[in-house]
Unconditional design. Structure first.
Length: 304
């Protein structure tokens, strides 16, 4: 299990041998202010792994790397330029990684007057049919929300249905992505690090009107990102799995944080997800013409 909390930053202590365990410890800070960047993301795509910094910007990641020269670490934070470096360079020279804020060029946003129309898009059901767990923090899961009005609006709020199972009060990050050219989640539309925590299970609404997030004609992806909040948010559940012999058996598996409610709906694939170091994948399992949908919706403000 990843170790989240530690009292000081150490460079790196390891046996410098290919194929051996390597522990990467460090801290991520703002280049200008020196302030820590809480819940920054660290990913190694070649190894399909990564971690999320804690609320002090500190991280610890244990890996097994067979070629330190060519494996690259990506350090990223919403609203900042991503830094990439080889594991070798990090090991040799870095305790602290500094990130620079980036200039964000937003798409044209209509000024919404005081009087506007509100439309709710997405899933509005009151009860869930199943749950979506994640085994590690750093997962992103959510839906594509179509803009059926074909008018540019502004996202007033987003809501997530959090189930009783797990820890519904675990902090998470709100993520909103544009529709990419490949029809997968693209660039961030919410360029602020919005970390929130529900007080209880059920529908949880977050007002983001002040961030001027557009609802473009192409629609958006709205996701929940599970973040690093400590070992105490892990829990175990018994699940039924099929073995290599085709026989079903009950095993215990460890999961993290809150569980997101899901239901099945007729239509097309709208739910997508990813984990650290991996690409986006669609939840395209079709059961009798129905696809899994995350219980997520948004209030959209349109000009009257």
């Amino acid at each position: 299990m990843k170790k989240f909390l530690f009292t000081q930053i150490s460079l790196i202590f390891f046996n410098y041998c290919f194929g051996q365990n390597v522990t990467l410890n460090g801290k991520i800070e703002d280049a200008k202010t020196g302030k820590s960047l809480p819940y920054a993301t660290i990913e190694i795509f070649n190894l399909k792994t990564g971690t999320i910094a804690d609320n002090n910007g500190k991280f610890s990641l244990e890996i097994v790397s067979n070629n330190l020269r060519y494996d690259t670490i990506n350090f990223s934070y919403i609203g900042y330029k991503t830094v990439k470096m080889s594991i070798n360079d990090f090991i040799k020279a870095k305790k602290i990684v500094v990130l620079n804020e980036k200039t964000v060029i937003l798409n044209e946003i209509k000024i919404i007057p005081k009087k506007y129309l509100i439309s709710i898009v997405g899933i509005k059901d009151k009860k869930h049919r199943s749950v979506q767990y994640t085994s590690v923090f750093g997962a992103n899961k959510g839906n594509f929300l179509e803009n059926k009005k074909q008018k540019i609006g502004r996202i007033k709020s987003v809501s997530y249905y959090l189930c009783d199972d797990g820890y519904p009060t675990t902090p998470f990050r709100v993520r909103i992505y544009e529709l990419g050219k490949d029809k997968k989640p693209g660039k961030d539309l919410l360029n602020k690090n919005v970390v929130v925590s529900a007080q209880k299970s059920g529908w949880f609404k977050i007002d983001i009107f002040e961030y001027n997030v557009p609802f473009p004609k192409e629609g958006v992806f709205i996701m929940m990102e599970w973040i690093n909040s400590g070992d105490e948010f892990y829990f175990e559940r018994e699940v039924v799995v099929k073995g290599k012999d085709g026989q079903s058996k009950i095993v215990k598996r460890k999961y993290y944080g809150q569980s997101l409610g899901t239901i099945s709906k007729k239509g097309s694939v709208i739910m997508w997800g990813t984990t650290l170091g991996n690409k986006w994948v669609s939840y395209d399992f079709n059961y009798k013409g129905k696809y899994v949908n995350a219980m997520i919706n948004a209030e959209i403000a349109y000009e009257k």
